[in-house]
Design a protein around this ligand. Sequence first.
Ligand SMILES: Cc1cc2nc3c(=O)[nH]c(=O)nc-3n(C[C@H](O)[C@H](O)[C@H](O)COP(=O)(O)OP(=O)(O)OC[C@H]3O[C@@H](n4cnc5c(N)ncnc54)[C@H](O)[C@@H]3O)c2cc1C
Length: 204
Amino acid sequence: MPANHDHHKVVIVGAGAAGIATAASLIARDPSLDIALIDPADVHYYQPGWTMVGAGVFQAPSTARPMQSVIPRGVRWIQAHVQGFDPSGQTVLLAGGRAISYEQLVVCPGLKLDWQAIDGLAQTLGRNGVTSNYRYDLAPYTWQLVRSLKQGRALFTQPPMPIKCAGAPQKALYLACDYWRQNGRLGQVKASFCTAGNVLFGVS
Ligand SMILES: Cc1cc2nc3c(=O)[nH]c(=O)nc-3n(C[C@H](O)[C@H](O)[C@H](O)COP(=O)(O)OP(=O)(O)OC[C@H]3O[C@@H](n4cnc5c(N)ncnc54)[C@H](O)[C@@H]3O)c2cc1C
């Protein structure tokens, strides 16, 4: 095997919720299993917590942990960006040219948020009263807007699938309205929910 080539029985690409949960479950069943988790990120985020950050229930830093601290004991973390796959050679290719071969591969690099799909959105996010709970740095701004709005129109939107957590846009609406209700503002604040879907919930 060449010097820049490594082998693991199980290789997992992405150490988000899916990658960490899969590794933890496998190693719990067989502690001798040779598992490598590949992820370039220094920080692991608990994304569902961002809904609570946007509602003032959590502080943003409580949703972030050093990546090393969430890697299950006995699992090897390779801090690198996967750049390509070679299925016939049972190998993943890392940025920088290193190759890692496997017996079993789990691929879970998450969803890439496509802010550019809406004209002008990227330029106005985080100011002008435009926010999103789908970003760690913006969820606190959601809470700032909720607290400061005394009257006027509050627009909540949900794009078409696929999105992660179909409930998150609705939860932002309910939590914000609850705050305005408790503070006697609901009515002066008029909230609308605009969804690209035909129905509110996927399951009737
Ligand atoms: C605001 C919000 C609220 C939510 N609420 C809920 C909820 O209430 N309940 C619920 O079940 N779910 C909820 N979710 C959804 C849930 O958080 C996601 O479904 C989950 O985090 C997805 O996990 P994942 O591992 O697939 O992706 P992620 O957690 O996004 O992790 C992907 C990982 O892959 C890594 N990666 C990316 N590209 C590469 C590459 N090329 N090479 C190596 N690594 C790579 C990234 O660095 C990252 O660490 C919510 C999400 C959001 C944003």
